[in-house]
Design a protein around this ligand. Structure first.
Ligand code: 4G3
Length: 223
């Protein structure tokens, strides 16, 4: 899978060279290219923002450098083009799985008060939000999206690491996990997990999932 990012802060994406995603990039399962929007501005001083028409606080990113960045990366409109925005559709596991099927995605990151609406209308396919809060830029949301999507690219997780046993894959929250030691600070690991009775373990885990989901996310049980 190819992932392009259009951003004023490409160095922020260096953190993708760590951990599971870093290994996936090394192994060429995914490629991430962070493109500096400032490298595409026609302004001789490198300016990429301006004051909002109609007045109001802050700055808005101008359309020309963004439009030219996107169309330099994807001249034939083959990528799925996403804008990270607080007013986008909230990211969920279903959307993650749909995006993971794509060969090529391009993510636009806005800063300040966002980008000129005309570049969204002209160049963007979908607006996505990572949650109901505002950040200083779309870079951290883009990295959340990249991480969530990359996990579903074939080969990224180890062979026995399953993505269909985890939270949300069956619409419920996860059961609690335990590992060694069997006694920690006087607390014992639940006996059933040591029993070797796989049917009993599966039943206990399902009950725990229902219990925690009823307690914390009753909205998930409605669905
Ligand atoms: C305001 C995305 C701020 C308008 C971006 C872009 C949060 C999210 C920004 C705008 C962001 C999110 C940049 N903050 N919840 N900041 O996904 O278009």
């Amino acid at each position: 899978m190819r992932i392009d990012v259009a951003t004023l802060f490409p160095e922020m994406f260096d953190c993708l060279s760590y951990g599971v995603i870093g290994r996936a990039i090394e192994n060429k399962l995914i490629s991430v290219n962070a493109e500096n929007i400032r490298d595409h501005t026609a302004d001789k001083h490198g300016k990429c923002d301006d004051t909002p028409f109609g007045g109001g606080a802050g700055m808005v990113m101008t359309p020309q450098p963004i439009h030219d960045t996107i169309n330099a990366l994807d001249p034939d409109r083959k990528a799925l083009r996403i804008y990270m925005s607080p007013k986008g559709k909230t990211l969920d596991q279903k959307t993650v799985l749909r995006l993971a099927q794509r060969e090529w995605i391009l993510i636009l990151c806005g800063n300040y008060e966002g980008v000129d609406q005309r570049v969204i209308d002209e160049d963007i396919d979908e607006e996505i939000s990572v949650g109901d809060y505002v950040l200083t830029g779309g870079e951290l949301p883009a990295m959340v999206l990249i991480n969530a999507v990359a996990r579903y690219v074939k080969g990224v997780l180890g062979s026995d690491r399953s993505t269909d046993e985890e939270s949300f894959s069956d619409g419920l929250l996860e059961y609690p996990q335990y590992t060694r030691p069997r006694n920690f600070l006087g607390k014992e690991v639940p006996e059933v997990l040591l029993s070797g009775d796989h049917a009993a373990i599966a039943k206990w885990r399902r009950e725990k999932q229902l219990e925690i989901t009823r307690l914390r996310r009753p909205d998930l049980l409605e669905k």
